[in-house]
Design a binder for this molecule. Structure first.
Ligand code: PLP
Length: 283
């Protein structure tokens, strides 16, 4: 396969890994995951706008402009013959002798790869729904940055899997924030609710698109924090992410337990979301 290194697409296995890269030493870097449908990246502009915002928030310098990233992404897709799949791109602050203090104007290190994904595997959980595990959100207070520091998310996901759940739902002092790698929505009396795009959650690209679709089609949306009690009393619950699209939640496990039906609002948004993918990525 072929991978991205700086602004080149090269054969995998030939990337020099420097142990003094701040990405390894401090998790000092950012990333994006873009889905590929029909060999086209979906929502590329939105993902790279967020990439630039993450860079800016961490005082990281962008070595290339968006058109270069776009070109490299297309090349990753074509060289790896990806029809449906995902593109991962990360950028670390670069290589320097280990010191918490970073110097400005370092040479960022950009790497990335592409993977084919079977759409059948995501379709299955979208049809049947997933089990989720309620757990405390132990992460830092800048979850709006898509940084490489994902230990809180990683620990939450492992715990969820240990209880036979596909995703964790995190809460901070009883306020639901987000999944370990997804945003969380509830439906109550026909109205959607999801945590506002503050420092406590990642403003998901899928989240933003689902909110737009809902508003455009007359589904009321409140970007308001909601409690674990509201989660328990919701009519429908679903998660959103680049790799899971709109996936219904059928069970909550953990300190609180609840079952949900896959409801009409979730099903409608799933369908509308597929429609947008189709429109934007058909030949
Ligand atoms: N929240 C977290 C913590 C994530 O890691 C992700 C994606 O991986 C999301 C939300 C969903 O974001 P997006 O829809 O842009 O994939």
């Amino acid at each position: 396969s072929y991978v991205l290194y700086h602004d080149q697409i090269i054969k995998s296995g030939s990337i020099p890994v420097d142990p003094e890269d701040r990405g390894y030493l401090f998790g000092d870097g950012i990333y994006e995951v873009v889905f590929v449908y029909n060999s086209k990246p979906f929502g590329f502009a939105e993902h790279f706008e967020r990439f630039e915002q993450s860079a800016q928030k961490l005082d990281l310098s962008m070595p290339y402009d968006i058109s270069t990233f776009n070109k490299l992404t297309d090349e990753l897709i074509s060289k790896n013959n990806i029809v449906n799949g995902m593109i991962y791109i990360q950028m670390t602050r670069g290589v320097a002798p280990r010191n918490h203090l970073y110097e400005r104007n370092m040479q960022s290190v950009v790497t990335g790869f592409a993977k084919s994904v079977s759409l059948d595997s995501i379709a299955a959980s979208q049809t049947s729904g997933i089990q989720t595990y309620l757990t405390e959100d132990i992460r830092w207070l800048r979850c709006d940055i898509k940084s490489l520091n994902l230990l809180g998310n990683v620990m939450a996901k492992r715990k969820a899997a240990d209880y036979d759940c596909q995703e964790a739902i995190q809460h901070r002092d009883g306020t639901v924030t987000e999944g370990s790698s997804s945003n969380v929505f509830i439906v109550k009396d026909g109205t959607l609710k999801t945590h506002p795009a503050t420092n406590l959650v990642l403003n998901g690209i899928t989240r933003q698109l689902v909110i737009k679709i809902a508003k455009d089609t007359g589904v009321p949306v409140l970007e308001e924090a909601f409690s674990v009690e509201e989660l328990l009393n919701a009519d429908e619950v679903f998660i959103t992410s680049t790799t899971m699209e709109v996936t219904p939640v059928i069970k909550l496990l953990g300190t609180r337990v609840q079952s949900y039906k896959i409801g009409p609002v979730t099903t409608k948004l799933q369908k509308d979301f597929k429609q947008v993918i189709e429109e934007k990525t058909s030949a």
